[in-house]
Design a protein around this ligand. Structure first.
Ligand code: BG6
Length: 510
């Protein structure tokens, strides 16, 4: 492991939900794992008036409630707490930023943070521009190459809401920062199984020869959630599932599954390959959008004990909103490897299970010998990459049921992180904050990568504006609108999870 240099982290949006639930607990876990540098300071920045002590108390409570490992080691936490400070100010105020700059110089003297700063933007997207401008005007912005300490900026999603706004944001960032200083977060890339996808593909020789259109029938990517939009209606109603989930998390999974082997495992080579994937995705013409993409909206009902009066009744949602809370899409990657292989993607709120999973479905054997004796077809092989929960990988094969008869059943060979390594995988943010501290951009989105992903999304959004089909209502606790089932079933395939019975034991009589 490289060691993180001394640094101060500044969290903009310090009193927000993400900071409380994820960022502060991640810093604690990093300290516990000895991944936080000895010379470290934390400065929270947000609009809420608070003293240093009040902020420390807030952070302490956040760690108590959300730390991954319990009980909390008070000695570890108190080390961070002693170096924690707070500044309240408007995000676009030069005066407040100058105060921040002064505080950071104080931190350099007191904690030896050596001029190194990690500015973490955990704020709504409307604040990005004022913060970036202030960072540019009021703080030095050296790269590590200058030898005067480094300044890096970490940006939470959404990174723009279309191609144009993503380009504008990139341009603004590049006014003050070199691309090597910009860390655009997609927390899915910090998840252990997502990284394991690369290990699985490129550290094992059995996959590469069959990883193409000749052997793979199709790929399914499902990211389902059991909750609704909760208190985030204001943000979500302007975004929708396509922008909120597909453009980033699902596309990242798709890119890692489908990209060509990189020439090296470094940030440039890996991100080059992902950009090529986005550029190869067949563009969906706006007029054909409903043939390839289905949108849904949850109605009133109940799922997993959570009740809702329906999306349209959620707080801060427009009463006649057409924003989708579910999306299913059929995409093609037009390159040599994937020619004609559909990638089915779906995500939604208020679905029956919280699940993030990639299913690679292989073609059936060319001659299904057993079919002659079976009424139902032998089930195709699946490779299931489970990102959450129960992180791991599972192979679905056909096996003979013991006994005198030739009965075949789909069986699973499972690799589970928890039981194999006897550890809970770390939270995505622990890995990502550490990588930003050591300057490794591999698990962050490059500027051109964000733009290439938006270029796929824009025609779909445009198509929806023109489409006569409104989002189809679905009941909470189901796998989304009926049209989402049809999207895949009309191709003679079906979703791995669809509410139907699991595949039956195939009984064959000899
Ligand atoms: C966020 C989205 O990026 O990811 C949320 O904005 C979503 O709408 C969340 O709930 C899902 O993340 P995870 O890690 O819980 O799958």
């Amino acid at each position: 492991m490289p060691t993180a240099n001394p640094c101060a982290i500044v969290i903009f949006g310090a009193s927000g939900d993400l900071a409380r639930r994820k960022l502060i607990p991640a810093l604690y876990e990093m300290a516990r794992e000895k991944l936080l540098p000895e010379n470290f300071a934390l400065v929270g920045y947000s609009r809420t008036e608070m003293t240093d002590d009040e902020y420390r108390k807030e952070c302490r409570e956040a760690v108590q409630s959300f730390a991954r490992t319990k009980p909390v080691d008070q000695q570890v936490w108190s080390r961070i707490e002693k170096a924690t400070y707070y500044i309240s100010g408007e995000y676009g105020s030069d005066e407040s930023h100058k105060k921040l700059a002064m505080k950071l110089r104080e931190m350099d003297d007191k904690y030896g943070t050596a001029g190194n700063r990690l500015f973490y933007l955990s704020t709504p997207p409307t604040t990005f521009e004022p913060i970036i401008n202030c960072l540019g005007r009021c703080h030095p912005h050296y790269t590590s190459a200058d030898g005067k300490g480094w300044q890096r900026i970490v940006i939470e999603k959404p990174f723009g809401r279309d191609l144009k706004s993503a380009r504008d944001l990139n341009k603004l960032l590049h006014t003050y920062f070199d691309e090597s200083q910009v860390f655009r977060i997609d927390h899915y890339l910090g998840k252990e199984t997502v990284q394991n996808l690369m290990v699985m593909r490129f550290a094992n020789s059995i996959f590469e020869p069959i990883w193409n259109y000749k052997y793979i029938d199709h790929v399914q990517i499902t990211v389902s959630e059991t909750l609704g939009v909760g208190t985030r209606g204001g943000y979500y109603d302007k975004s929708g599932a396509l922008r909120d989930m597909v453009q980033n998390h699902l596309f990242q999974l798709m890119a890692l599954v489908s990209m060509e082997p990189p020439t090296a495992l470094d940030a440039i080579s890996i991100r080059d390959e992902k950009v090529k994937v986005y550029k190869s995705i067949r563009q969906i013409r706006s007029q054909n959008v409903d043939d390839f993409v289905v949108r849904g909206q949850y109605g009133a009902g109940e799922a997993n004990g959570a009740k809702t009066a329906g999306y349209l009744k959620e707080k801060d949602v427009a009463p006649a909103s057409k924003t989708e809370t579910f999306v299913a899409a059929k995409l093609f990657i037009d390159n040599w490897r994937w020619s004609g292989t559909p990638f089915y993607l779906r995500t939604g709120k208020f679905l029956p299970q919280k699940l993030s999973e990639v299913v690679v479905r292989f073609r059936s054997p060319p001659l299904t010998l057993f079919q002659k004796q079976c009424e139902s077809p032998v089930y195709p092989n699946d490779l299931i990459i489970r990102v959450q929960p129960d992180e791991g990988i599972s192979w679905r094969l056909n096996g003979k049921v013991p006994g005198g008869q030739m009965n075949i059943k789909s069986v699973a060979l499972d690799f589970l992180y928890k039981t194999t390594f006897n550890v809970e995988p770390p939270e995505a943010y622990e890995r990502l904050i550490f990588d930003a501290m050591v300057g490794d951009q591999t698990l962050f989105i490059r500027g051109d990568e964000a733009e290439a992903a938006w270029a796929v999304i824009d025609p779909i959004e445009e198509g929806w504006l023109q489409s006569k089909l409104a989002p189809e209502e679905y009941s909470p606790g189901t796998w989304g609108p009926k049209r989402a089932q049809q999207l895949i079933e009309e191709d003679g395939r079906r979703w791995m999870h669809s509410g139907d019975q699991a595949e039956p034991i195939i009984a064959c009589s000899l």
